[in-house]
Design a protein. Structure first.
Length: 208
């Protein structure tokens, strides 16, 4: 589905910014597979998740992008820091090996990103204006049944009379997730947090 969107988006005039992050995500994901250096591969992985987060932000699912940043990028960064602190890496040898192995990948990535940037006419896109419009507009979006296909993608939220009594149909995406997570599923969220914290503490104790 993501690849179909990647090839279809350039035909739309208002998605020039999105197409850049689409192609960049595909390129960095490919670099993860073909990179022979584990450290460089982890860096490509973090870059991929960041690009996908920005992509989901522009497609209207800002909460998903936030989750990608906080969970995946945070977990990978912590794991990367932990691993590099427990093994002996000779930076000079790693740099020489990486330069020899990844020069082709860097050239191809730079060429592709440059081509996509020019073809997408990114100079006409006001990124700051897009972000500001999204932040200011999410709280004013009408999530009623009328014209729902023309609005941002939203969750199939429950009605207020079935849960807390609040009408969640007019909430922004972030408020819907918060309203559902910390009311109906508050116990599940708390248990998940306790399990995650216990797991992290257990790993730290075991590795001492």
């Amino acid at each position: 589905m993501f690849l179909i969107e990647t090839f279809n988006t350039p035909t739309e005039t208002n998605n020039s910014t999105i197409v850049v992050f689409e192609y960049t995500s595909v390129i960095t994901a490919t670099c993860v597979v073909f990179s022979r250096n584990a450290v460089v591969s982890i860096i490509y992985t973090i870059t991929t998740y960041v690009n996908v987060s920005i992509y989901t932000f522009y497609t209207g699912t800002g909460v998903t992008g936030t989750v990608y940043i906080t969970v995946y990028v945070g977990a990978i960064a912590i794991t990367f820091t932990f691993i590099t602190s427990t093994i002996n890496i000779k930076i000079s040898e790693m740099a020489i090996t990486s330069n020899k192995q990844d020069v082709v990948t860097i050239v191809v990535s730079t060429t592709t990103i440059g081509f996509v940037t020019v073809s997408a006419s990114v100079e006409d896109v006001k990124v700051y204006g897009d972000i500001t419009s999204y932040i200011n507009g999410t709280s004013n979006v009408d999530y009623s049944a009328a014209d729902i296909s023309d609005q941002i993608e939203v969750f199939n939220v429950i009605r207020g009379d079935q849960a807390t009594g609040a009408d969640t149909r007019t909430y922004s995406e972030t408020k819907v997730v918060g309203e559902t997570t910390f009311t109906q599923y508050s116990v599940t969220t708390t248990i998940t947090g306790i399990i995650t914290t216990t797991t992290i503490i257990g790993v730290i104790i075991i590795t001492k």
